[in-house]
Design a protein around this ligand. Structure first.
Ligand SMILES: NC(=O)c1ccc[n+]([C@@H]2O[C@H](COP(=O)([O-])OP(=O)(O)OC[C@H]3O[C@@H](n4cnc5c(N)ncnc54)[C@H](O)[C@@H]3O)[C@@H](O)[C@H]2O)c1
Length: 249
């Protein structure tokens, strides 16, 4: 028996990086996984690698109409929904004076509104009275004052606060749905590659030493697995930092 045997998980932004690894780890532990993203070729490849217990769907998390369709297709294919990982995200490094307002809205739309829509459309259909779990992927960017990511920090901070509110609501309603957020520190994924290209341009040679201290997607996926499984059944409404003390140094 796997640690999430026969559960059904929906993971957004799962064509790449952390989301793809979450899908692999949850599937390895017995879950059926719905992988959604806007990068179709990569998403299909992750689903093909996992096999018949995976389904890929094109899904821009900013679209309310598409959320409803994705939830309906999940139920049609696998019959239920137990786990939602709101993982889709992007980051744009620019200081507040220079960051175009359109980009501020894009980041908050994808990460904060996307996670809101996920909770809004998933909760009504998620398995009730058992142990269902929502995991919102925030960041240490919400906790530590990091220069150059004002929109990202706002979106991730909002996700953490929203998580607490929705967790209490689910508890009051006795849904049996736990809601938590996680705040990873720097982890080697395509998203971090962007930042590292800038680091390498500014300080040649620094990239490899920074990357050597970073986490791996499997580190974060193991935390997602724990929060998705019944092993964490007393944990709800919290934010778990996974950053090797990066945010408190
Ligand atoms: N890598 C890190 O160091 C790190 C640290 C803290 C938090 N995070 C968070 O982890 C999550 C995954 O990031 P990652 O590092 O794996 O990056 P990534 O770029 O590899 O993956 C992000 C995925 O989100 C998808 N996406 C972007 N906009 C979307 C949209 N509108 N609708 C649906 N999907 C969309 C992308 O196509 C991509 O596949 C993000 O929320 C990110 O903020 C990452």
């Amino acid at each position: 028996m796997g640690r999430v045997q026969d559960k059904v998980a929906l993971i957004t932004g799962a064509a790449s990086g952390l989301g793809a690894e979450d899908a692999r780890v949850l599937a390895r532990e017995g879950a059926k996984v719905v992988i959604t993203d806007i990068q179709d070729e990569m998403g299909e490849a992750v689903a093909a690698e996992i096999g018949e217990n995976a389904l890929y769907l094109n899904h821009d998390v900013r679209s309310e109409a598409r959320w409803q369709q994705v939830i309906d297709k999940t139920i049609a294919r696998f019959g239920k929904l137990d786990i939602l990982v709101n993982n889709a995200g992007l980051v744009h490094f620019q200081h507040v004076e220079d960051l175009p307002f359109e980009h501020f809205k894009l980041e908050t739309d994808v990460m904060l509104s996307g996670a809101f829509l996920g909770c809004k459309y998933a909760i009504p259909v998620m398995t009730k009275g058992g142990d269902a779990s929502i995991i919102n992927v925030a960041s240490i960017g919400a906790i530590k004052g990091l220069s150059g990511i004002p929109a990202y920090a706002a979106a991730k901070g909002g996700m953490i606060a929203m998580t607490r509110s929705i967790a209490v609501h689910c508890k009051e309603q006795k849904y049996g749905i736990r809601v938590n957020s996680i705040a990873p520190g720097n982890t080697v994924t395509p998203m971090i590659d962007q930042a590292m290209e800038q680091v390498e341009a500014d300080a040649p040679g620094l990239r490899s030493s920074i990357e050597a201290g970073m986490g791996q997607p499997a580190d974060v996926a193991n935390l997602v697995l724990f929060l998705a499984s019944e092993e964490s059944r007393r944990i709800t409404g919290t934010n778990i930092v996974i950053d090797n003390a990066e945010s408190i140094e």
